[in-house]
Design a protein around this ligand. Sequence first.
Ligand code: DQQ
Length: 556
Amino acid sequence: AANGHRDRTAYHFQPAKNWQNDPNGPVYYNGMYHLFYQYNPHGALWDVGNLSWGHSVSGDLVNWAALDNALNPTAPFDANGCASGSVTILPDGVPVIMYSGIDARRRQVQNVAFPKNPRDPVLREWTKPGYNPVIPVPADVSPDNFRDPTTAWLGRDGLWRFAISAVADGVGATLVYRSADFLRWERNAAPLHASRDAVMAECPDLFPVAEHGEDGLDLDASASGGAGAGVRHVLKVSMPDTLEDYYMVGRYDDADDTFTVPPEDLEAHGDDYRRWRRIDHGHLYASKTFYDAGKKRRVLWAWVNESDSEADDVAKGWSGLQSFPRAVWLDEGGRQLVQWPVEEIETLRRKRGVLLGGNEVEAGGLREIGGIAGSQADVEVAFEIASLAGADRLDPDHLRDPDALCGENGAAVHGGIGPFGLLVMASGDLRERTAVFFRVFRLSHGYTVLLCTDLTRSTSRAGVYKPSHGGFVDIDIEKDRAISLRTLIDHSIVESFGGGGRTCMTARVYPEHVATGSSHLYVFNNASDAVKVSKLEAWELATASVNAGDDGLISY
Ligand code: DQQ
C-alpha cells in the first residue's frame, strides 16, 4: 500500500507516520467531516507527555487531508499531554473542543479550545483560552482518573450537559456536568452510572438511537422527545484493563440526568460494564460516535491498536489505525446495536470477485474468490442453513467465554453446522491464512450462532499476538435459516460484521507472504454437510487518499 510498508493500510485512517490512538472530536461541520485523534508527533510509540490532537478533514469519510495539530501540550493546564475529548457545536454555529489536559502537576483537568478563525472552512488553528481549566479535579475524584468528556447536549431546561469518566469516592463512575454558558460547570450529585467495582472506565459515549429505522439522531433528541417517545439511549464505555468497549441500551432522562437499564437487561448483565454488550468482539477500543446531519446517521469511529511488537512499530514508523467508519443504529429488537461500514466505501469498489466452482460448497471444501486482489477487499457472503439437525450440542458453561470456545475450536476443527466462512489474507500455499467463520450450536432450548476470527495461522512472523476472537451472534437462526458475514480486508486489518452487523469483530494481521506474493481469498466449509452460499458480493477496493502528505484536496 501507500507509504512503502507492507502493513500500511489502503483505506483505513492513519496519519502519514507516528503513533495514534483514540478518535477525538469527530464532527460534521460546514459540509466537512473532521477527525481529531490522539497523536504522538515525535514517534511511533505511546508517550503520554507528547500527546497532541492530530487533525484531518474529509468530504466523504474515505479520503482525508492532514492539517496541523489542533492541540499541542504547551499550556500549564495541559503541559503533560492533551488527552481525549469531544467537539460540540454551539448555537451560534461555532464549534468548541472540550478535552482532558494533564496539567503541570499531572492532574487531569477539563479544558476548552476554540477555532482561531471561525470562518476558516477547515478550522485549521485552535486557541486555548488562558482561563482554562474550566473544570479542575473535584476533591473526591482521584487526580489521575478524571477524563474524556463527551460531546455536550442541551437538556429541556436549556442547560448544557456532558458526561465524563472518573473515580469518585473510590468508585468508577460516569459523571454528568451542567452549564448555562459552557464555561461554569456544575456536577450533578448522582452519577449517570456507577459500577460497584472500583474500576475506571474511559471514553464514555452517550447517544440517542431511534426505536425504529436506521436514521441517526442528534444529541438533543432527548430534549425534544424527553425520556420517552421513540427514543432510547446507548451508554458506552471503554475498559482499560482489557482494552474492550461495552455498551447497554437504556433510557436517559434529562430531568435528573440518569441512565436506566431495562430490568431484563439489568438481570442478565448487571451494572458492571464488563458484563455489558461488546461494541466489537475483537481488537478495538475507545470508540466514539458523532451525528452526521448531512446523511442523518450516527457514525462510530474507534482506535485499533497494533498487535505486533514495539520494535516492529519503530521499524514501520507508525502505530495504530482507526476502524473504518460505521453507521450505527438500533436493532428492531431494541436491545443491541447494528453497525455497518458507511456506504461511501462503495466509491472505492473496482473489480468484482467471483466464487469459483459454483455456490454449493461441499464438506471439507475450499473455494477461491477469484478475479480480485485479496489484500484490499470488501466481501459479503451469506450461508443458507437448510437444516439445523446436525448442530453440535453446547454446554451452557461455554456461553460465558466465546474467545475460549473459538480457541478450542479453530477453523480446522470439523463440526456439525460449521465451521464455514472466509479465509482471508491467505498465501497461495495456505501456510498463512486468517479464518473468519461461524458455528451453529444446539442448546437445551434453541440454538446459538458463534462468530470466530482465528488468527493462529495469520502470520509466520514471531512476536505477534495471534489470539482467537469469539462472539455470539444474536439472530434467530431457526427463523432466518441463513447467516451473513461481511469482512473488510485491508493489508493488516480484518474487520468483520456478522449477522448483518449485530456482532462485529476486528483483528490485526501481519502476514509475511505479502512481501513476495499476492494474497488470496477463499470460502471454506469444515462442517459435516455441504453449505450453500446464497449471496456473494466481493469487491477489490482502490487505495484512498489518506493523509497523503499535503492538503491539496481542500479547495477554498
Ligand atoms: N487514551 C487517552 C485518554 C483515554 C485513553 C489518552 C483511552 O484520555 O482515557 O491518550 O485510550
